[in-house]
Design a protein around this ligand. Sequence first.
Ligand SMILES: Nc1ncnc2c1ncn2[C@@H]1O[C@H](COP(=O)(O)OP(=O)(O)OP(=O)(O)O)[C@@H](O)[C@H]1O
Ligand SMILES: [Mg+2]
Length: 269
Amino acid sequence: MGAEVVGPDPRQNGAGRAGAPLLRVSDLFVNYGQVEALHGISLDVYPGEVVAIIGSNGAGKSTTMRAISGMLVPRAGRVVFDGRDVTGLPSHEIVRLGLVHVPEGRQIFANQSVRDNLMLGAFQQPRSRAAETAERLRRELDRFPVLRERQDQRAGTLSGGEQQMLAISRGLMARPKLLLLDEPSMGLAPLLVRQVAETVRQLNSEGVTILLVEQLAMMALSVAHRAYVIQNGVVRIEGPSAGLARNPEVIRAYLGGAAQQVEAQPPAG
Ligand SMILES: Nc1ncnc2c1ncn2[C@@H]1O[C@H](COP(=O)(O)OP(=O)(O)OP(=O)(O)O)[C@@H](O)[C@H]1O
Ligand SMILES: [Mg+2]
């Protein structure tokens, strides 16, 4: 076969695709009341990968993320994380296993300080790990110095880009093995979109496996090793990002628009 992969190929490292997936989603069906939003979604994420889900408004991207992280209970199908069936488990238990969801729209606590928002990210961690939590807080404030500068400010006073950094940072406080990022670039100016893409690359190089949802397909394909295109609640196309970026159907539907803000760049090595 020899599908071309741009950038680091996770299949080539020992923990890569040759082994067991870190996340396996099988034939997921989700309803909102009487309305079926997902009609049998299956996807895998292997350790060390960045995997993207792209698709237009209302395709089912966020619903997929919510069903994976336990915010929604699927009507049918299975979610296996790190060898454990987590289907239907409450989200706080799933977080504790290392599957952390940074939701669409950031969902920070506007009236709490930046530091308190970060500490809330660690609240599922055992109290015995207080020293480790303090060390993680220090690392997160190093990662985004603007958050250190503003740590005593109310989170609601941050700009959109800073709030996104805070949301990601809060997720990292929970020590994820797998980080779900739902539209981290939403509403951000092109320069900040590039910064988010760089953050995703950086986290991945630190060993965090990432499942990324994006409407900005070019941004997603520029940082992901593989991607799934979701349309109307089903997976329509899947494969290595480089192949998808050349796929005429993907180009026509998702890459042709003027809305694309990030030029194609292979994932950083
Ligand atoms: N809370 C809800 N109640 C009822 N229907 C919902 C709810 N959330 C989403 N839906 C519907 O489910 C379908 C999938 O929505 P979802 O939010 O997963 O799409 P998405 O791909 O994340 O879209 P977007 O790019 O706009 O975020 C849509 O038809 C949407 O209208
Ligand atoms: Mg969404």
